[in-house]
Write a protein that binds this ligand. Structure first.
Ligand code: ZN
Length: 519
């Protein structure tokens, strides 16, 4: 009995010991505990003098701050979670190591660094999430990133993938991830989308509410990952199927090599319309093909990037080829790590513009002139722009084909309006000339009339003077003297004063005549 009870006691004690030992092992791993809230630190990327990406009216640090605030606000609606921002204002300068230290001091379960992206040639679009390349940091980061990326793609963004990046020392490339890991903390960097590319602009350009939408999305992804629930929001993610990601045995390295396969074939060419159908076969054995774009000039310039379907090795696409040009068509395939491979080049000799040749007699001078101007300006543009121009011209040509009659009507109306404008302008010009001539003639008649009137007046005056002369000879003598005196003064004035010399030649000749007459 005694033996039995002692063995029972031993068994009980051993059982307790085993349970305690097991809990000691497991508890540090299971940080999620009823009384132990999840601590989430959100880092709005950049700040202070570090503006982040800048494009058009967009400055990244402000966008990151708006998203971070919205993420915090949303996360705080969940139970059992404490949320901090590394800094509260976009005007705060903060080193990456300081951000990691802040999160470490708060005993954070995870650090989310929020960003918006920009590419050198403003051609990339879509969202990407960067995670640590190492062990459980990779596994946890990747699990969260899958939830986040699923939600971003549901929103309509293109996935550029969940990726790792290493520096020359084979450490995590991104400082926030590297410094956090050194402190035993996992950091995930979210690049929501590109602020310099037309495909992504509809996701933030409309209003500020769109940035809040990103914040709510990030918060929901975090809530799903940590299996939180919110009475306020009426959601419970307690049983959310968080993806299981194996802990890698070695660093998960990024793909540093360009796509392995990139072959272009032409399937069909309609020489009348210029429509050509191509097939691009592209593959990257280490990552995936993200985008492709084609060139008509042997790779000197390319059209904008197009998404390449995931889990496919080939894509078919249609190009409206421009007429009257020898073409060198090739394609560039880009992988998820922004490495590209150029395909073989297909030579296509200039397609004759049959449609335009038939319509030649119909084209009016004005239309022809505008076409010549277009061609002239296109020549001065860069290759890429010229390409776009060429493509647009081709599209316009197709539209013309469909609505030829309507356009012809429009052209003749335009022509009529232009002619009317021209004749109106000509008419107004002629009117001005006639008006000018009439005014000039009127002025001349007026001057003549004044002259005639003056002559008549002078004659009348002379007659009345000679009548008076016979009545008073003394007064006449005085008058003659006065006239002589005044003439003399005038003469002296003239000879001594340059101003009177230069002022009026007619006055001088009169004076000369009169003085000589007196002398
Ligand atoms: Zn950034």
């Amino acid at each position: 009995m005694g033996k039995r009870s002692s063995s029972l006691y031993f068994n009980k004690a051993a059982g307790k010991f085993i349970i305690c030992f097991f809990l000691m092992l497991v508890l540090p791993l299971l940080k999620v505990h009823a009384d132990d809230p999840i601590v989430i630190v959100i880092d709005p990327g950049h700040g202070g003098e570090n503006l982040g990406a800048e494009y058009s009216q967009y400055t990244e640090k402000y966008m990151n701050m708006a998203v971070a605030r919205a993420m915090k606000e949303e996360l705080e609606k969940y139970e059992g979670v404490v949320v901090y921002l590394t800094h509260e204002s976009a005007d705060v300068d903060m080193e990456l190591i300081e951000r990691a230290e802040f999160a470490s001091e708060k005993n954070a379960d995870i650090l989310f660094s929020l960003h918006f992206n920009m590419s050198q040639w403003h051609n990339y679009f879509g969202a990407e999430v960067w995670v640590s390349a190492f062990d459980q940091y990779y596994a946890q980061g990747h699990a969260f990133a899958q939830i986040e990326m699923d939600m971003l793609t549901d929103l309509g963004l293109y996935s550029r993938g969940i990726k790792t990046r290493l520096n020359d020392r084979e450490e995590d490339y991104y400082g926030i991830i590297r410094e956090s890991r050194k402190l035993g903390l996992n950091a995930v960097l979210i690049e929501h989308c590109h602020l310099d590319q037309a495909n992504d602009q509809p996701f933030y350009s409309r209003d500020a509410a769109q940035l809040k939408e990103f914040g709510r999305l990030d918060a929901t992804a975090a809530a799903k990952y940590f299996r939180l629930r919110s009475e306020e929001l009426g959601v419970d993610y307690s049983d959310y199927p968080v993806p299981a990601v194996d802990v890698p045995s070695a660093a998960v390295k990024p793909d540093l090599s360009p796509p392995d396969v990139c072959v272009l074939e032409m399937d069909h060419l309609d020489e009348t319309s210029g429509e050509a159908i191509f097939t691009l076969t592209a593959q990257d054995y280490e990552s995936r093909i993200l985008y492709y774009c084609y060139s008509l000039d042997g790779g000197q310039s390319y059209m904008p990037l197009e998404p390449f379907p995931e889990a496919e090795n080939a894509i078919s696409f249609t190009v409206m080829l421009p007429f009257e040009q020898n073409l060198l068509i090739c394609v560039e395939a880009h992988n998820a790590f922004d490495q590209e491979t150029v395909s073989n080049v297909l030579e296509i000799t200039a397609l004759p513009d049959i449609m335009n040749q038939h319509e030649e007699p119909e084209i009016d001078i004005e239309a022809e002139n505008s076409e010549n101007t277009d061609a002239g300006s296109a020549k001065t543009e860069s290759g890429a722009e010229a390409d776009t121009e060429a493509d647009r011209n081709t599209e316009e040509m197709m539209k013309e084909e469909k609505t030829a009659e309507t356009e012809m009507d429009e052209i003749s109306l335009e022509e009529l309006a232009a002619n009317l404008r021209t004749s109106q302008e000509q008419l107004s010009q002629v009117t001005y000339v006639y008006f000018g001539i009439i005014i000039a003639i009127s002025l001349m008649i007026l001057v003549l009339m004044i002259l005639v009137a003056k002559i008549i007046m002078t004659k009348r005056l002379y007659k009345s003077k000679s009548n008076l002369g016979s009545k008073s000879a003394g007064s006449k003598k005085n008058k003659i003297n006065k006239t002589n005196k005044s003439n003399k003064i005038s003469y002296d004035d003239r000879s001594n004063n340059d101003r009177s010399n230069g002022r009026n030649n007619n006055d001088r000749s009169n004076n000369d005549n009169e003085s000589s007459g007196v002398d």
